[in-house]
Design a protein around this ligand. Structure first.
Ligand code: CU
Length: 381
């Protein structure tokens, strides 16, 4: 049995200054690192309303999205009709989410107001984690149409703009029998860290003359100091199932969405093993260290879940989220380090002066986990 080692990292709050952006270099470093996929939570700031089949839940977390749209009927009564969609997804694996959407006032099949779509989502590539693009796959069962459906979504963020493109297949389109394909695309444009505008269009590939293109347009808002985001938008479809967005209706609906990640893992959080047997050789913090690594905190995850660095490296964590995070050594460390709350756009740095494996997490969001492996000088890449 190992005795817990002293933490050989020198807490060097090099500190909470804004780092100059070197996004290009960081992106190259992330791509080169080939980091393992660790899925995060969804923010409406990254996805237009209808073409947003690309979100996955954090592993061990339950993602609850409440989408509510309403439309106004004809004069003189102007009856308001509500169409809520509840989506619950569970992050089973870092790249796998299982979930279901329920729409209580669907107009997909006129005689079936209750529409269910149960789905499996796989996220093999994510730009936040260093891949050049996002790729999300969904397979689903639509209970109203009694149809097996599937889609693939590509996304790419370039500066303030996030572009998404979607292609899908409906096994039994609208319960009429034929298999039909759909294509769509959209974008969000960040006006600030907390606000984006968005829009998207989806069409059946073989759209007949009377069939409409579906659309949405809206304002996306990150709720400051929280993991939540919301959307205010208009669309001509009631819900967001793959069948639902495939074809527009004649009615404009107005609505909102609120996203709620529920982090059950905080109740099942395992303490990590002690860092492996490195000798404790704490040294004074270096300044102007020649080796530096930057890890972004974005969408409730560390952009590089696992980094390997040579001794003497200063690792800087940079918070790109609208809420505060921490960089906190897992329990078991003899000398636990803790960044304290790192606010939006602030950074926190730590210099690692002895070899070892160090696991850490975020205190408010314990499903956020990372590992720093410090190798003896001269052995790391
Ligand atoms: Cu956090």
């Amino acid at each position: 049995m190992q005795t817990p080692t002293r933490l050989p990292a020198t807490v060097a709050p090099l500190l909470a200054a804004r780092t100059p952006g070197n996004a290009g270099r960081l992106a190259v470093a992330l791509i080169a690192a080939g980091v393992p996929a660790v899925a995060g939570a969804q923010s409406t700031l990254d996805a237009p309303e209808n073409v947003s089949h690309g979100w996955v839940a954090a592993p061990g977390a339950v993602q609850f999205n409440f989408l509510h749209r309403f439309s106004r009927g004809p004069a003189p009564i102007h009856k308001v009709t509500n169409a809520p969609t509840f989506t619950v997804g569970v992050g089973l694996l870092p790249w796998l989410t299982l979930g279901t959407s329920y729409l209580s006032n669907s107009d997909l099949i006129p005689e079936i107001p209750n529409e269910w779509e149960s789905f499996l989502r796989i996220a093999p590539l994510q730009q936040d984690l260093g891949a050049p693009v996002d790729v999300f796959l969904q397979g689903s069962w639509n209970g109203a149409a009694k149809s097996v459906d599937g889609s693939i979504l590509f996304g790419r963020r370039v500066g303030r703009v996030k572009l998404v493109a979607l292609a899908g297949v409906l096994g039994d389109a609208f319960r009429f029998g034929p298999t039909r394909a759909l294509i769509g695309g959209g974008a969000t444009v960040r006006l600030s860290r907390f606000i984006a505008v968005s829009g998207d269009l989806v069409s059946l590939a073989d759209r007949a003359g009377a069939e409409k293109v579906s659309w949405s347009a809206g304002l996306q808002v990150g709720v400051k100091a929280s993991p939540h985001s919301m959307s205010l938008h208009a669309s001509n479809v009631a819900g967001r199932t793959l069948q639902g967005i495939a074809r527009g209706t004649g009615r404009t609906r107005y609505g909102f969405e609120y996203t709620v990640p529920i982090t059950l893992s905080r109740f099942f959080h395992r303490t990590s093993e002690p860092a492996d047997g490195a000798k404790a050789t704490p040294r004074a913090a270096r300044t102007g260290a020649e080796k530096a690594v930057v890890i972004d905190l974005r969408n409730l995850r560390y952009s590089r879940g696992r980094v390997e660095v040579p001794v003497g490296t200063t690792v800087t964590w940079r918070n790109r989220d609208p809420l505060a995070h921490t960089v906190t050594a897992d329990s078991g460390s003899a000398q636990p380090w803790d960044s304290g709350l790192v606010e939006t756009e602030r950074t926190w740095s730590l210099t690692f002066d002895a070899p070892g494996t160090f696991t850490y997490h975020c205190t408010p969001h314990p499903f956020m986990k990372g590992t720093v492996i410090v190798t003896p000088a001269g052995t790391a890449r």
